[in-house]
Design a protein around this ligand. Structure first.
Ligand SMILES: [Zn+2]
Length: 206
C-alpha cells in the first residue's frame, strides 16, 4: 500500500477499472440510462470502518447512503438553515421512494464518545452542537452503567429512528405501510451485525 493518500486512491481506481468495472459495466450503463432506483436508504456514521456498501456487499445503485458523525437523524426543522442530512432524507423518501430506511450505528463510535465526553469536541467547530443531538439518549442511560458507550451506540440508533418519525412525510409513509424503518449496529472487531427487533426494542446479532 502506498503511503501517499492520493496515490492510494488512484491505485484503488485502477483495481476497480480492471476488476469490478468490466463485470459491472452493464449495470452502470443501465443506471446511467434509466436513473437510480435504490430501495433502501442507509443512514450511517462517517467512520471509515462502517462502510455500508462493504458490509452489505452492495451493488452500484442498490442503496442511497447518508453518512454523518454518529449516524444521527436531526429533528425535523423547517427553518432556512442548511439541513444536509434532512435534505438527503427528503430526497430519498419523496423522489426515490425508498421502501426501507436502515439507521446503522457501530462499535467504537467516536461521535458517541464525543457525546459522552465534552472534551472531545473541544476546538472542533460544529461538532459539539451536532453530537448534542444525542442528549436525549445520553440522559436516559442507566445511571452509573459501566457499559455506557455500547448502550449509547444502540440507543442513538433508536433515537434516530424516533427522529425519523418526526418527519411528516416519513411518518405518513410508515403508517401507510409504504416505508419501513430499521436499526442496526455493526461490530467492527468481530464484523457482526446486530439488528433492532422492533417488537422487543432490543438488538440481537444476526
Ligand atoms: Zn461513528
Amino acid at each position: 500500500m502506498s503511503s501517499d493518500p492520493m496515490q492510494e486512491l488512484i491505485d484503488g481506481y485502477h483495481a476497480f477499472r480492471n476488476g469490478r468495472w468490466p463485470a459491472e459495466r452493464q449495470r452502470y450503463l443501465d443506471l446511467a440510462k434509466h436513473g437510480q432506483k435504490p430501495q433502501t436508504l442507509v443512514i450511517t456514521c462517517s467512520d471509515s470502518r462502517s462502510d455500508p456498501a462493504t458490509i452489505f456487499n452492495a451493488s452500484p445503485g442498490s442503496m442511497f447512503v447518508i453518512r454523518n458523525v454518529a449516524a444521527i437523524v436531526p429533528p425535523y426543522e423547517t427553518d432556512d438553515s442548511h439541513h444536509g442530512t434532512s435534505a438527503a432524507i427528503a430526497f430519498a423518501v419523496l423522489n426515490l421512494e425508498v421502501r426501507n430506511i436502515l439507521v446503522m450505528g457501530h462499535a467504537q463510535c467516536g461521535g458517541v464518545s464525543a457525546a459522552l465526553d465534552n472534551s472531545i469536541a473541544d476546538g472542533v467547530p460544529f461538532l459539539r452542537a451536532w453530537v448534542d443531538l444525542l442528549k436525549p439518549a445520553v440522559d436516559r442511560l442507566p445511571e452509573g452503567t459501566p457499559d455506557a458507550h455500547t448502550l449509547l451506540e444502540r440507543d442513538a440508533v433508536r433515537l434516530s429512528l424516533e427522529q425519523l418519525m418526526s418527519f411528516p412525510f416519513v411518518a405518513e409513509r410508515v403508517n401507510a405501510g409504504k416505508l419501513e424503518l430499521n436499526g442496526a449496529r455493526f461490530g467492527i472487531a468481530d464484523g457482526k451485525l446486530e439488528l433492532l427487533d422492533k417488537k422487543t426494542g432490543k438488538f440481537a446479532a444476526l
